[in-house]
Design a protein around this ligand. Structure first.
Ligand code: C5P
Length: 220
């Protein structure tokens, strides 16, 4: 599977990151977290005092911005060389990422970078438009989902494990708002690609979801 491209989309908290990292590790693929790029750019825009609705202004920041991925668990995210791995995981950063992601100039600027990272193959990428816009010709496309309650529970636990103190209600309503925005935006809305395999993660362990996706891979 050296040059394979696997693309996974789905709503917030469906387990895309966990499952993608596991698959990347087991299959020897690069892992591309496209949401981290929206989060990192949103953080930079916020620090620069930009309005998230200023699509052209936020997109222009990308002209002299580097977003790199390092090793480790969690995978390190470097914004202009600064380690922002933790800073991009707050509720606020998620909110800002969601806000800038509705802007077409922002999406164009990030999709170009993402496609360059996917071009060589040997990658598993996840996001909201991985199967539809970034890698519509991926070898395997998956839409990973679960109920809102289930996803909110998972996200809350994740954040608590990272030392944050989110309320379940806040996490749930944030996920609900973000999903709504991701699904209803004009540019690259979250949708199930016609040739995507629907994988329902509710009631399944990570191992079981990983196995279900592995079963979709073409024979070598
Ligand atoms: O996946 P994650 O929660 O880190 O993504 C943060 C936000 O970035 C999402 O809510 C979504 O609005 C946006 N996003 C996007 N397209 C992607 C990845 C993320 O619009 N490919």
């Amino acid at each position: 599977h050296k040059s394979i491209v696997i693309a996974i989309d789905g709503p917030a908290g469906a387990g895309k990151s966990t499952v993608s990292k596991r698959l990347a590790h087991e299959l020897g693929l690069h892992y591309l977290d496209t949401g981290a790029m929206y989060r990192a750019l949103a953080l930079k825009a916020d620090r620069a005092g930009l309005d998230p609705a200023d699509g052209a202004g936020v997109a222009a920041l990308m002209e002299d911005t580097t977003i790199d991925f390092g090793d480790g668990e969690p995978q390190r995210v470097l914004l202009d060389g600064e380690d922002v791995t933790d800073a991009i995981r707050t509720l606020k950063a998620g909110e800002l990422a969601s806000a800038i992601s509705t802007q077409t100039p922002v999406r164009r600027a990030l999709v170009v970078r993402q496609q360059a990272l996917v071009a060589k193959g040997g990658v598993i990428l996840e996001g909201r438009d991985a199967t539809t816009v970034i890698a519509p010709h991926a070898d395997v496309k998956v839409y990973l989902t679960a109920s809102l309650e289930e996803r909110a529970k998972r996200r809350t636990t994740e954040m608590v494990n990272k030392g944050m103190e989110p309320s379940f209600e806040d996490v749930r309503s944030q996920i609900e708002n973000r999903d709504h925005r991701d699904i209803t935006r004009d540019d690259s809305p979250l949708t199930v690609a016609p040739d995507a395999h629907l994988v329902e993660s509710a009631g399944l362990t990570v191992d079981q979801v990983v196995a279900a996706i592995k079963a979709l891979l073409p024979n070598e």
